[in-house]
Write a protein that binds this ligand. Structure first.
Ligand code: ZN
Length: 459
């Protein structure tokens, strides 16, 4: 027998179970959930939601979070591309130890904010001079080790990154990212799959960095070889310049090109997809593919606003990710997404569906369902029997929450709560963060601070 918890409330797709007893087996998998009059096991005065899914991360970029806002030369154009230059500078300097320290701090902070799983979109593969590490998957292994230390699940998605732009050779500062051929990429992928076997909560996806980073014939070959057993991730249509370059090279917009040339289906996770025309909005929705929206980063980089209303009305699926980690709060991601739409639509119904007018609940559910697919998971409903018990628990004693009726709980969380209202985060039945305290926090912070001093990034 494993642990038993009684929560003041537990969220299901059909509403709240009050006084919910959750019984687990030794591995932390759910054996039963029932309502009770008499608490069993550990009583928690909190509301359990399914753990948030962070469907897009570049862990190393956490080292520069918040540093791109000193605009010293106010005459210069500071945009996505100038930010990318700074990001490349960081990418060129990190050692495996430093990567692991930064990622461990980051993933621990994700856990503190209620994320229980992360999809790591990983392209910093090679040594500083561009040569492969003896273990091809060295950096990916460090990322999985970091996730294990933080207690969070990871779907490592090693990226195929081959060239510097549409029809262009890679440039010097991209040397750590490059797989020259499909064969090189598959060798890296196989090494990553092998490395993941050493970790309990790690699996591996497949990815192409972007249409600009891989030759079209190789994009098609990789996509045609997908068998649906691993999630497929790709950056697409984040920046207007990328659309212009793609149209100049292919004669088509990026998403349209992908839809026309690859068997796009529910296994595809299109990251950003910010700039879409009508045919692309409907094409993604019809294919069953998912988009991964990263509202805090997209806002920070000035990408633009995703066509959420049209996509939702077409039946499109979406998850959230924290990308550059300028924000790490899932509730904030949902709010930024919603408020961006409200500001342009002058309506307050971004998350409303024909089935439900409960914005907070809908946002949690939609982001979770697509987020699970982005991780390569197949559990379709919250807290299914046989699945690991992964939850974020909201403090029922927080004043706004303590006074909210059941029907107002999800909206109080999504629109009016912050991380101080989170009682803790549970993965496979174990607390990985409780009352803001992370497992091994002191050692993790010490390592992170040392690495920041070594890098000098934050000075
Ligand atoms: Zn990204």
């Amino acid at each position: 027998m494993g642990a038993t918890y009684t929560f003041k409330g537990l969220l299901t797709e059909n509403g709240w179970i009050t006084n919910a007893v959750v019984s687990l087996d030794d591995l932390g998998n759910i054996t039963s959930i029932k309502q009770t009059e008499t608490p069993e096991g550990e009583y928690i005065n909190g509301y359990a939601l399914p753990g948030f899914q962070n469907a897009h991360s570049h862990a190393f970029q956490y080292a520069m979070a918040g540093l791109a806002e000193l605009h010293t030369n106010t005459g210069a154009q500071d945009d996505f591309w100038s930010w990318r230059n700074a990001m490349y500078g960081l990418a060129l300097t990190l050692s495996p130890n430093q990567m692991e320290a930064v990622a461990t701090m980051l993933y621990s902070e994700m856990a503190r904010h209620g994320y229980t799983a992360v999809a790591e979109f990983h392209y910093l593969h090679h040594d500083k001079d561009g040569s492969p590490y003896p273990n091809l998957a060295e950096m990916g292994t460090r990322l999985m080790a970091a996730a294990q230390k933080a207690g969070i699940r990871i779907t490592l998605v090693p990226m195929f990154y081959q060239q510097g732009g549409f029809g262009q050779e890679p440039v010097e500062r991209q040397k750590r990212f490059i797989s020259h051929t499909i064969k090189d990429y598959y060798t890296l992928l196989d090494s990553s799959i092998e490395a993941a076997k050493a970790f309990d909560n790690a699996n591996v996806g497949i990815g192409i960095h972007s249409l600009r980073a891989v030759k079209p014939e190789d994009v098609v070959a990789v996509c045609n070889a997908l068998d649906g057993s691993r999630p497929f991730h790709i950056h697409v249509s984040e920046q207007l310049k990328e659309i212009e370059d793609c149209v100049a090279f292919h004669g088509k917009r990026p998403v349209q090109w992908l839809l026309d040339n690859c068997p796009v289906d529910a296994n595809y996770h299109l990251v950003h997809a910010t700039h879409l025309d009508d045919s692309e909005v409907n094409g993604i929705a019809k294919s069953g593919a998912h988009v991964v929206l990263c509202p805090s980063t997209e806002g920070n980089l000035g990408d633009g606003l995703f066509r959420f209303e049209d996509y939702k009305n077409a039946g499109g699926n979406w998850s959230i990710g924290t990308d550059s980690h300028v924000g790490l709060n899932p509730l904030e991601e949902l709010r930024i997404l919603d408020y961006g739409q409200r500001l342009i639509s002058h309506k307050r119904t971004s998350f409303v569906t024909p089935d439900s007018g409960d914005s907070g609940f809908n946002a949690i559910k939609m982001a979770w369902q697509a987020g699970r697919r982005a991780m390569g998971a197949t559990d379709g409903t919250f807290f299914s029997e046989g699945q690991p018990f992964d939850a974020v628990v909201i403090n029922a004693a927080s004043p706004l929450i303590a006074t909210a009726s059941e029907k107002n709980l999800c909206n109080t969380f999504v629109y009016a709560a912050d991380v101080s209202d989170i009682l803790g985060t549970i993965v496979s039945g174990k607390w990985i963060s409780k009352q803001g305290v992370l497992q091994n926090r002191d050692a993790i912070v010490t390592d992170f601070v040392r690495v920041m001093e070594e890098l000098g990034t934050r000075v």
